[in-house]
Write a protein that binds this ligand. Structure first.
Ligand SMILES: NC(=O)c1ccc[n+]([C@@H]2O[C@H](COP(=O)([O-])OP(=O)(O)OC[C@H]3O[C@@H](n4cnc5c(N)ncnc54)[C@H](O)[C@@H]3O)[C@@H](O)[C@H]2O)c1
Length: 86
């Protein structure tokens, strides 16, 4: 299964995109600083699709966190099946 990163995926356009991607059987990782959204939007995505997107809370301007996330993506995904990392 292909894994996609959706920045801003907890927001309005992002969460609608995540629904479509999950329905197309992509594995989805949302990277969002939650400055204008809440993890609840991904619970709603789950209610619609019956599939979970993982959520990593972080800012797209945080280069170090992005590097760590890409390097460790397999690790955190397997250690945190619910997918929430702050
Ligand atoms: N029709 C409706 O009901 C409705 C509802 C909401 C919004 N809208 C429209 O949709 C558009 C906005 O939607 P959108 O999805 O672009 O905005 P959004 O604010 O809903 O989504 C942006 C997401 O990016 C995140 N974010 C912002 N800065 C970030 C950063 N530096 N690093 C990581 N994450 C960051 C926010 O937390 C948010 O989750 C507007 O045109 C608005 O009018 C329509």
């Amino acid at each position: 299964m292909k894994k996609l990163l959706v920045t801003g995926g907890a927001g309005y356009i992002g969460s609608h995109t995540v629904v479509e991607l999950l329905d197309t059987d992509y594995e989805v990782v949302v990277y969002d600083n939650l400055s204008n959204s809440s993890p609840i939007s991904l619970d709603l995505v789950f209610q619609i699709t019956d599939k979970r997107a993982s959520l990593i809370e972080g800012d797209i301007r945080d280069e170090q966190k992005l590097d760590e996330m890409c390097r460790d993506s397999w690790h955190w995904q397997t250690k945190n099946p619910m997918g929430y990392v702050s």
